[in-house]
Design a binder for this molecule. Structure first.
Ligand code: TYD
Length: 256
């Protein structure tokens, strides 16, 4: 089979990552060599992009593009070795998050993507579409307070209290709070606000607009459907792609 370049896109909580992992494993079982990867990719850029909350949108754009330029070089190498590449987010995420949602000029972001990738485009993009509040709740659910986390913070609290008792005269002024109240305060600070919902509505609308613009590349999947249905749809599509003998589109074919 020819090496295919496949991407998964969608908002957080849509289930991209689960399906990308499943596809990689399924291909492996069929004896099809593949590389499962994601963006942001380069560890130091990923750390900078995902951990630092106060980047300006221009800074963010340039870092995502720098990351993509490096990553694309590795994707090309994998494809040249005959490996199918499955990427969790790619250029469409920049178009949608930095363009549609953060408000940078969309046509210009498109050109910048072209510049960073040298025109490498996936043959298929699976867009996992989900209503915003459901996606955000799924994501929150994933981060919810588990028994283990509570137990861990109980040990942290007990440790601080023990240390405070040990120190005579008192050197430590302890700001003590019951664990669940502390964790809930923290959660409260991270709760879903109207602004966040509006932002993700733009992300969702942006992805759907792009899917309409390029219907031959995008396959829009309703992420509310059972996982097994989504897997069947993707597998049927991959089988058809293999049959139709498509390569990752090269520079000359892709439009700017
Ligand atoms: P990621 O770890 O992929 O989160 P998730 O698995 O929940 O999607 O984090 C990627 C985050 O970075 C996500 O909020 C989308 C954002 N992003 C952009 O804004 N632009 C981009 O070009 C890329 C690749 C990601």
């Amino acid at each position: 089979m020819d090496a295919l370049f496949i991407t998964f896109e969608g908002m957080e909580g849509a289930g991209k990552t689960t399906l990308a992992r499943w596809l990689s494993e399924r291909l492996r079982q069929e004896g099809i060599p593949n590389w499962l990867t994601y963006e942001p990719w380069e560890p130091r850029l990923r750390e900078l992009l995902l951990r630092q909350g106060d980047l300006r949108r221009e800074e963010e754009l340039l870092l995502f593009l720098a990351d993509r330029a490096i990553h694309t070089r590795h994707i090309r190498m994998a494809l040249a070795e005959g490996k199918t590449v499955i990427c969790d987010r790619y250029a469409d995420s920049t178009l949608v998050y930095q363009g549609y949602a953060r408000g940078l000029d969309i046509a210009w972001v498109r050109q910048m993507n072209q510049f960073a990738t040298g025109g490498l485009q996936p043959v298929r993009t699976y867009l996992l579409d989900v209503p915003v509040e459901i996606g955000l709740n799924r994501q929150r659910e994933r981060n919810r307070i588990g028994a283990e986390e509570i137990a861990f913070h109980e040990r942290v609290r007990a440790g601080f209290l023990a240390e405070a008792q040990r120190e005579q005269p008192v050197r430590t002024y302890l700001l003590d709070v019951p664990v669940e109240i502390g964790l809930n305060r923290q959660r409260e600070r991270n709760r879903i606000g109207a602004e966040e919902i509006a932002f993700h509505e733009q992300v969702r609308a942006g992805f759907l607009a792009e899917a309409q613009r390029e219907p031959q590349r995008y396959l829009v999947l309703d992420a509310m459907r059972p996982l097994a249905d989504l897997q069947n749809l993707i597998w049927a599509d991959i089988s058809a792609l293999q049959g139709s003998n498509l390569f990752a589109r090269s520079e000359s074919e892709s439009s700017a």
